[in-house]
Design a protein around this ligand. Structure first.
Ligand SMILES: CC(C)(COP(=O)(O)OP(=O)(O)OC[C@H]1O[C@@H](n2cnc3c(N)ncnc32)[C@H](O)[C@@H]1OP(=O)(O)O)[C@@H](O)C(=O)NCCC(=O)NCCS
Length: 178
């Protein structure tokens, strides 16, 4: 791929109906503005699901995501559609390791127009690979019981319901292995 762009963490993929290659890469300080644009462009439904209904300023959230991914055990992955020398963010996944409970937690979203094309699973797989490289043994996420997309994605990726959720939320976890 062009050297104009930061390196991808997995082989670039072609998505159905997308003009260009999609690269999954680590986010850096220069991504705050584009990530903010991405969050702003999500539908209200997707944004609500991603942020569990919490009201959030996209610019602030984007800056927090990038700042949180600065540490050794935390990172943000971006899915970037690259075409004609331009990169457009079409997905993101935030991973943070909690040393007290000894597992990584994540949150993820894919731009509405690119959902259900396999990108969420690709990002989750890339995240798991990175977490394994960091020596982490368990990965977990919490989502609304009503979030069929996330529950479906987690199931397909091999997560199980830990039973630690409540009437509104489901806690999902997966043991990582090489
Ligand atoms: C959850 C989300 C990231 C999934 O991303 P995606 O790129 O659409 O997922 P994929 O295309 O990789 O789908 C993988 C599997 O997930 C399941 N899935 C995805 N969308 C689904 C839907 N709408 N209904 C049921 N299952 C679904 C399916 O099992 C699918 O495999 P299949 O297409 O072979 O049946 C995306 O729907 C999204 O961004 N939602 C809004 C934000 C959100 O809810 N984030 C989770 C909380 S942090």
């Amino acid at each position: 791929m062009s050297q104009l762009f930061p390196p991808a963490v997995v082989e670039p993929v072609e998505l159905a109906d997308a003009a260009g290659m999609v690269c999954i890469r680590t986010a850096g300080a220069s991504d705050v503005e584009n990530l903010s644009v991405y969050f702003t462009g999500l539908s209200a439904t997707s944004r609500n699901k991603r942020f569990s209904g919490a009201r959030a300023d996209p610019g602030v959230v984007a800056a927090e995501c990038i700042a949180r991914s600065g540490g050794l055990d935390n990172f943000t992955l971006l899915a970037e559609l690259r075409a004609e020398g331009r990169g457009t963010i079409i997905g993101e996944a935030l991973y943070a390791y909690d040393a007290t409970v000894r597992h990584g937690e994540f949150a993820i979203s894919v731009a509405d127009a690119f959902q259900r094309k396999g990108l969420g699973l690709q990002m989750l797989t890339a995240m798991e690979t990175r977490a394994i490289d960091l020596g982490h043994e368990m990965i977990a996420a919490e989502t609304a019981r009503a979030n069929a997309e996330m529950r479906g994605l987690a199931k397909k990726a091999g997560f199980n319901d830990t039973g630690l959720g409540d009437w509104q939320s489901v806690h999902l976890a997966k043991r990582l292995s090489r």
